[in-house]
Write a protein that binds this ligand. Structure first.
Ligand SMILES: [Zn+2]
Length: 343
């Protein structure tokens, strides 16, 4: 098969690669679309330690089943599918507790952190276990289905916050995942939904996805404006989607007493938090890791038109041009959101 292979750090080659072999519980998928994730772009230079070459990256994908393993019963060749980015073991304490995203020995597709190497979907073919597959609704395209993963990350964060209709929310960081968090909050009935970002273009996007109010990070009066919008108390739930000290503090600062901060961004391994404020106002800090079964809900929301992901797709291009698009994303070309590669 042809694949886009990270042969060395910062060196992507579109070349021949041996076809993957499937085990008895796996399926072979003919990849139709695979999105470039920020973690792939950051990871290809070796800085994160999670893309050790040689590796085929890519974990936001969709395709058609080509072949099934001998134990696979619920799927057949020709089925249109997308799949979880996490390959988790079924016989695991956390999986059995309903937290497969935390399971021991979980692997992420297209990742090689040292203790495993799992080739991903920047290729004509990929092999995955049948238990991570989801059927794509008829009216959802392969490109849209490749967007399910980032939406599901946002959906998971909103799910674990347990926000109720009418509660107020703040989203710090209005990039792609942040804007999807805004959308999921709107669907969940939160009001107001306030978004904060440095970049006016991203705030514009957040408004399109349902933010009722937006403030620039540099706006000195944003704290007062948040109080005005929340009966002088602060928001019920805040979402931090960047992962540096400034934005974590901005999120905590916007909360009411007893409020909850959901931490999604993790750019920096450590941040400083206002400990006394957290303790004396009984704040809850919740980490949100990846996805825990939100795929089907997101596919349904796409099928019914409640969430539109096309706005986020900047380009759909051949896999053979992948190296060039990685370079453009790596150099932060303005206005580029999701780039989808098609084998
Ligand atoms: Zn990703």
């Amino acid at each position: 098969m042809k694949a886009l292979v990270l042969d060395k750090y910062n060196e992507l080659n579109y070349r021949d690669f041996p076809d993957p072999e499937i085990g008895p519980d796996e399926v072979l998928i003919c990849v139709k679309a695979c999105g470039i994730c920020g973690s792939d772009v950051h990871g290809m230079d070796g800085s994160t330690g999670r893309r050790i070459p040689p590796l085929i990256m890519g974990h936001e994908a969709s395709g058609i089943i080509e072949e099934i393993g001998k134990n696979v019963v619920d799927w057949k060749p020709g089925d249109r599918v997308t799949f979880d980015s996490t390959i988790y073991p079924l016989n695991d304490w956390y999986t059995r507790k309903g937290h497969y995203n935390l399971s021991d020995k979980r692997m992420v597709l297209g990742v090689s952190p040292g203790n495993y190497r799992k080739h991903g979907a920047f290729a004509e073919l990929v092999a995955v276990p049948a238990h991570i597959l989801y059927c794509i609704p008829e009216n959802v395209t392969f490109e849209q289905a490749a967007m399910v993963e980032p939406v599901a990350v946002a959906a998971h964060a909103v799910n674990i916050s347990k926000i109720s209709p009418g509660q107020s929310a703040l989203v710090v960081g209005a990039g792609m995942v942040g804007s999807f968090v805004v959308k999921m909050l709107e669907i969940a009935g939160a009001d107001p939904v306030i978004a904060i970002d440095l970049d006016e273009g991203k705030l514009e996007m957040a408004r399109e996805y349902g933010a009722t109010h937006t403030f620039k990070t540099t706006d000195e009066n944003s704290s007062e404006k948040i109080l005005e919008l929340t009966k002088g108390r602060g928001v019920d739930v805040g979402f931090e989607v960047v992962g540096i000290s400034e934005t974590v503090n901005c999120c905590i600062d916007g909360l009411r007493k007893g409020g909850t901060a959901v931490l999604v961004g993790n750019l920096n391994p450590e941040v400083t938090i206002p400990l006394q404020k957290v303790v004396t106002t009984e704040l809850s800090l919740l980490g949100s890791c990846a996805i825990n079964g939100e795929y089907e809900m997101v596919l349904d929301l796409m099928a019914t038109g409640k969430i539109n992901v096309d706005r986020m797709i900047s380009a759909v291009v051949p896999l053979s041009e992948g190296a060039d698009w990685f370079r453009r994303l790596y150099h932060k070309e303005p206005g580029l959101n999701k780039v989808i590669l098609v084998p």
